[in-house]
Design a protein around this ligand. Structure first.
Ligand code: SAH
Length: 239
């Protein structure tokens, strides 16, 4: 099957309708990713079908939470090669997107991609989440935070929750390890001012991989001491 059909039909089985324009932009981004990936290592996934399902469709699962709406300020923490942030921005071009990653080469790729794809209101920042969370220009400034495959739930909660406005949402994308991580994650989520409001079970189209989206609402402001200095959340996770 053609790539455009896999993307279109895969999204449809998730209840998401993609226009030809959105599909073309996603496939254009896929080509950029593959061509850069030959020079610098951006992703381990290189097969077209796997990129479409495990990067693009998996990113779009975030839509199923219902909290990503028109013109919101969205931050993707530890975005890597742009997932889930770039597919979400292509899906809803009104989003005000900030992509953050600690890796310079990934951010360079994303700066180029934003320009080539003509994405407006999108920036890529080379920074650590711990620093952004203590920067007054970023702390408590976002409506929604997303983070995929960055760290355990406890650690990513310390990265993401300080960045959210009160009543904002953190969508934590997880696979099979969710239950295990939730044990220590619950404490950290509470300490950072969050509350779990939903856990959504999904399976990816075509390949069938199991996914879970943990939807966390920020119900209180985060205590000023969080996030702690770079590296500390990872070294001494709140639990
Ligand atoms: N979200 C992407 C990338 C996952 S790999 C995807 O799902 O495909 C994890 C990424 O998180 C790496 O690119 C790494 O540089 C970044 N990262 C890890 N800890 C970070 C931190 N504290 N601040 C910013 N980026 C971080």
């Amino acid at each position: 099957m053609e790539n455009s059909r896999i993307l279109h039909e895969g999204a449809l089985t998730m209840g998401i309708v993609l226009s030809d324009k959105q599909i073309n932009k996603m496939l254009e981004f896929m080509e950029m990713l593959k061509s850069y990936n030959r020079k610098v290592n951006l992703t381990a996934i290189t097969d077209d079908l796997e990129i479409i399902v495990k990067h693009f469709l998996d990113s779009l699962t975030c839509i199923k939470t219902g909290v990503i709406q028109n013109s919101l300020k969205l931050i993707d923490v530890g975005t890597g090669a742009g997932f889930p942030g770039i597919p979400l921005k292509i899906y809803d071009k009104s989003l005000k997107l900030v992509l953050v990653d600690a890796s310079r080469k990934k951010i360079s790729f994303l700066e180029k991609a934003i320009e080539t794809l003509g994405l407006k209101d999108a920036v890529a920042l080379h920074e650590r989440a711990e620093n952004l969370g203590q920067d007054k220009n970023f702390r408590e400034k976002f409506d929604v935070a997303v983070s995929r495959a960055v760290s355990t739930m406890s650690i990513v909660s310390e990265y993401c929750l300080p960045l959210l406005k009160k009543d904002g949402y953190f969508i934590c994308q997880k696979g099979k390890t969710m239950e295990e991580e939730l044990k220590e994650g619950r404490k950290a989520i509470e300490v950072m001012g969050g509350e779990i409001v939903d856990i959504i079970d999904l399976s990816l189209p075509v390949l069938g991989d199991q996914r879970k989206l943990v939807l966390i609402k920020k119900v209180k402001t985060t205590p000023p001491k969080y996030p702690r200095r770079p590296g500390i959340p990872q070294k001494r996770p709140v639990k």
